[in-house]
Ligand binder design. Structure first.
Ligand code: ATP
Ligand code: MG
Ligand code: MG
Ligand code: MG
Length: 339
């Protein structure tokens, strides 16, 4: 019997368009002799699109408006054997959809409520990983309330970290809302922007030298494996939205040109992080490598990484001998696995 799969894409976050790009690739790659796949696009307003609107959204790469609340439709998606929530950012990658699916008793691809929520929030990730002994840059948390009532203390936190520093919404992705702040005068605009997108904001020290950015894919549930390490290079101050999604602006190097012991440390730390955060299925774990000092810092864990055929995560596993179509098949099977 073919497994019936519901593929969810789009969603309410700033990464709506990215998700639709990934969904097109996954939809084309899931083997039809094993799976009956139904795509559903969630609009930017969080509404469930009927089939014709879903097809149009997949084509145009964006969806507004729409019908029923996701809440009502997900809870009654009982006819499916598994759901592939190919959603990034808040209301998709953060444990919310995962909670609904858990309540509904439907298996799904990727991390559960805990792993999704803990990995989505950059502050929570830092706290959990600090207790697991994973090296990270210095950081401070500020809440919207802090910024409103005690702006001087937020600025004080920034001074303590030193400039340049990074200001980020705690729960987002694709570099949306992230600023590199080189001077104190740029701080207010960066914080205003981040707080317009999230109630929690993280301030992060920058590594002393511009870091190399290396990433590793993790695949599995309770016995996860790590892919080869990849590296991103780009001609920009940092890996911002434009650099991420403009063709030709960034280059992928797989495997990364790293000393063997560094590559091994990256893979080991990524597996430690995956377990500490209780991730499942897949994650892309990103690091900063400071060549000058040999230091390695874990930057973040993405529980639903970009998934087009040219995205880093599938490319990393392709280098390990797992084709894109095998990879998506394995992910669905991991969702169905008894644990
Ligand atoms: P993704 O799309 O991978 O989910 P994101 O939106 O979660 O990304 P980050 O990975 O935290 O954002 O940061 C985006 C980019 O900003 C990094 O890839 C890096 O280029 C730069 N950056 C972020 N934090 C730091 C830091 N502490 N030091 C140096 N560079 C940083
Ligand atoms: Mg991220
Ligand atoms: Mg992300
Ligand atoms: Mg990132």
């Amino acid at each position: 019997m073919k497994k019936r799969i519901l593929l969810l894409a789009g969603g309410q976050s700033g990464e709506h368009e990215v998700s639709l790009m990934s969904a097109r690739s996954v939809l084309a790659a899931l083997p039809r002799d094993q799976f009956d796949v139904t795509p559903v696009v969630i609009s930017k307003q969080g509404r469930w699109l009927p089939p014709t609107d879903t097809a149009r959204a997949l084509e145009t790469g964006e969806a507004q408006g729409g019908g029923d609340l996701v809440l009502h439709r997900v809870a009654s998606a009982e006819g499916y054997d598994a759901v592939f929530p190919l959603l990034h950012g808040p209301m998709g990658e953060d444990g919310t959809i995962q909670g609904l699916l858990t309540l509904a008793g439907i298996p799904f691809v990727g991390s559960g409520v805990l792993g999704s929520a803990a990995s989505m929030d950059k502050v929570m990730t830092k706290q959990v990983l600090a207790s697991a002994g994973v090296p990270q840059v210095a950081w401070k948390l500020a809440t919207r309330r802090d910024w409103k009532d005690r702006p001087e203390s937020v600025k004080q936190s920034a001074e303590e970290l030193g400039f340049p520093l990074f200001v980020k919404p705690a729960n987002l992705g694709s570099s949306v809302g992230i600023s590199k702040v080189s001077r104190p005068e740029e701080l207010t605009a960066a914080l205003d922007l981040a707080f317009s997108l999230d109630r929690r904001v993280i301030l992060e020290a920058m590594t002393r030298h511009k870091p190399r950015e290396v990433e590793v894919g993790i695949l599995g549930n309770d016995a996860p494996i790590a892919s080869p390490v990849g590296e991103l290079s780009f001609d920009a101050d940092f890996y911002d939205y434009e650099t991420k999604y403009t063709a030709g602006r960034a280059q992928m190097h797989i495997p990364a040109r790293l000393p063997q012991d560094v590559a091994k440390r990256v893979r080991d730390l990524a597996l430690t992080a995956f377990r500490a955060l209780d991730c499942a299925g897949l994650s892309r774990v990103d690091f900063f490598y400071v060549e000058e000092t040999g230091e390695l810092f874990l930057n973040e864990v993405n529980t639903m990484p970009g998934f087009t055929t040219t995205s880093m995560y599938p490319k990393l596993f392709e280098a390990a001998g797992i084709s894109y179509s095998d990879l998506v098949t394995r992910l669905v099977n991991l969702a169905l696995e008894e644990r």
